[in-house]
Design a protein around this ligand. Structure first.
Ligand code: FCB
Length: 449
C-alpha cells in the first residue's frame, strides 16, 4: 500500500484551549474571566454547564501531556488563560499562574513536542469586560502588556505563538450575535472590537520582534469555504459581502494594510473608528497565518436575513452528512479554501490550527470508542490538505481539534470533539479508535492510499 507523503518537516499536532479544559476557575489567584461570568448565569449554556472543572487539566496536566506524547505528534497547541496571569486585567502578574504555564511548556518540551501557544482563546479578564472589553481601545494596551509578560517568561522556549484565536468569533459572536460571552448584541461594538483585536495583534507582534525571541508568531482566523449559490448578480454581491466579512476584514489588514473598502462603505456608521497609523501597525510581517476550518456553504442573497443580506446553504459531500454540531461535511472545501487563500495572498506559510468534528461517541461496555465516522472525516480532510499541498499551497502544519472531549462553549459538554474520550464524572481518559488511527498517520507522515 502506498502512502501519500506530507512534506518532510510537516508539523502534526493536536489543539486545546485553556477555558475548555483547565477547570480550576478560581484557584491559585486566577481572576474571573468573561466565560466564568457568562456560564455562571442561568440559561446561557446548554444544561447550564460551566468550565469550572472542565477536564480538570489544571490538576492533570502531566498525564494529558503524556497522552499527546503517546500519540506521536510533534507539536501541541494550547492557550493561556489571561486572567490566570493578570487576575484584574492589569498590574502585577500572578506568579502561580505563570508557574503553571512554565511547567506546562517544560513538560511539553520534555515530551519532545513543539509548544504552540495562543495568547487569547477568548477568556478575557472580566475586569476588562466591565470597562467595555474589546470594544474599548484601552484593551489593546492591556493585551500588549499581557503578551509582553508571556514573551518574557516563555519566549526562550515556545516555538510557535498566536496572538488571537478567531477574532471573527470574538467580535461577532461575543458582541454582535451575543451568543458567546459577554452576550452583547450590538454590531457597532462588534466592528470596533474587530479593529481593536487587529490593532492589538499588530502591537503584540511589534513587541515580540523587539524582543528578538526565537519562535514564530502569527494569528489564527476561522474560515469556512464559501461559494456563490448562482451567478445572479444579487447572489454574487451577497457572496462578496460574506467573503469580505469573514475573510478580507481580517486578512487584508495583515497583508495589505487596509480593510475592504466596499464592506466599510456598506457598514456606514457601524464601521470601526481607525486612528492614523493604526493600519501600519496591523500590517506587521507575520511568520504564518493560522486557519481553523469546519464548514462550507453556498451563499445566497437573502433580503430578510441580517444587515449583510446573505444567507448560507450548507455544502455537504454526498453520503457524508453532518457532524453532531450540525455542520455539513464537505472535505473538498478545505482544498479549495487553502488554494484560494494562497492565490489571494501570495502563498503565505499557512497552518491549519484546527480541524475536526463532534460525533455522538459512545463508550462501549468493553471500554472502547469506535468512532469510525471521525476517522472517515479526518481521512477526507487530510486528503484535501494533501491535495492542496500538491497544488502548491505552503502548508506547514495540521492540528486536529481536539486532543480530548471538552467544554464546547455554548454547547457545554453536549459535543465531543476529542481523540480521547473524557468521562466527566470520573475524569477518566479513554483514547478512541481515531487516536490510534491518527497516530499511524503521524508515524507514516502521510495517509495510506
Ligand atoms: C472553534 C474554536 C474551538 C472549538 C472549535 C470546535 O471555533 O476555536 O475552541 O470550540 O471551534
Amino acid at each position: 500500500m502506498g502512502i501519500k507523503q506530507f512534506p518532510k518537516d510537516f508539523i502534526w499536532g493536536v489543539a486545546t484551549s485553556a477555558y475548555q479544559i483547565e477547570g480550576a476557575w478560581n484557584e491559585d489567584g486566577k481572576g474571573e474571566s468573561t466565560w466564568d461570568h457568562f456560564t455562571h448565569q442561568p440559561h446561557r449554556i446548554i444544561n447550564n454547564d460551566t468550565g469550572d472543572v472542565a477536564c480538570d487539566h489544571y490538576h492533570r496536566m502531566p498525564e494529558d501531556v503524556q497522552l499527546i506524547k503517546n500519540l506521536g505528534v510533534n507539536s501541541y497547541r494550547f492557550s493561556v488563560a489571561w486572567p490566570r496571569i493578570l487576575p484584574d486585567g492589569k498590574g502585577k502578574a500572578n506568579d502561580k499562574g505563570l508557574d503553571f504555564y512554565d511547567r506546562l511548556v517544560d513538560e511539553v518540551l520534555k515530551a519532545g513536542l513543539q509548544p504552540n501557544l495562543t495568547l487569547n482563546h477568548w477568556d478575557l479578564p472580566q475586569a476588562l469586560e466591565e470597562k467595555g472589553g474589546w470594544s474599548n481601545r484601552d484593551t489593546v494596551d492591556r493585551f500588549v502588556e499581557y503578551a509582553d509578560i508571556m514573551f518574557k517568561r516563555l519566549g526562550d522556549r515556545v516555538d510557535i505563538w498566536a496572538t488571537h484565536n478567531e477574532p471573527w468569533v470574538i467580535a461577532f459572536l461575543n458582541y454582535g450575535q451575543g451568543m458567546f460571552a459577554p452576550g452583547i448584541s450590538d454590531y457597532s461594538r462588534a466592528y470596533q472590537a474587530v479593529h481593536h483585536l487587529m490593532l492589538s495583534h499588530g502591537k503584540a507582534v511589534q513587541v515580540f520582534r523587539q524582543g528578538a525571541y526565537r519562535g514564530q508568531i502569527g494569528i489564527v482566523v476561522n474560515l469556512s469555504w464559501f461559494e456563490p449559490a448562482t451567478d445572479h448578480e444579487q447572489d454574487l454581491a451577497a457572496y462578496r459581502r460574506a467573503i469580505m466579512n469573514q475573510e478580507s476584514l481580517f486578512i487584508d489588514p495583515l497583508y495589505k494594510g487596509c480593510y475592504p473598502a466596499e464592506l466599510i462603505e456598506w457598514l456606514g456608521p457601524m464601521a470601526p473608528r481607525v486612528e492614523p497609523g493604526d493600519m501600519e501597525i496591523i500590517q506587521q510581517p507575520i511568520d504564518y497565518l493560522g486557519i481553523n476550518h469546519y464548514s462550507s456553504a453556498r451563499i445566497v442573497y437573502q433580503h430578510h436575513s441580517n444587515f449583510l443580506k446573505f444567507g448560507s446553504l450548507d455544502l455537504i459531500e454526498p453520503g457524508m452528512g453532518h457532524t453532531s454540531m450540525g455542520w455539513g461535511i464537505y472535505p473538498d472545501g478545505l482544498r479549495k479554501l487553502l488554494i484560494d487563500i494562497s492565490k489571494k495572498y501570495n502563498y503565505p506559510p499557512l497552518m491549519i490550527a484546527e480541524n475536526g468534528c463532534a460525533m455522538p461517541d459512545q463508550l462501549t461496555a468493553a471500554g472502547k470508542v469506535n468512532d469510525n465516522r471521525r476517522i472517515s472525516y479526518l481521512q477526507h480532510y487530510l486528503n484535501a490538505a494533501y491535495q492542496a499541498i500538491q497544488a502548491g499551497v505552503n502548508l506547514k502544519a495540521y492540528y486536529q481539534w481536539s486532543l480530548m472531549d471538552n467544554f464546547e462553549w455554548s454547547s457545554g459538554y453536549s459535543q465531543r470533539f476529542g481523540l480521547v474520550y473524557v468521562d466527566y464524572a470520573t475524569q477518566k481518559r479513554t483514547p478512541k479508535k481515531s487516536y490510534n488511527w491518527y497516530r499511524k498517520v503521524v508515524k507514516n507522515n502521510g495517509l495510506e492510499e
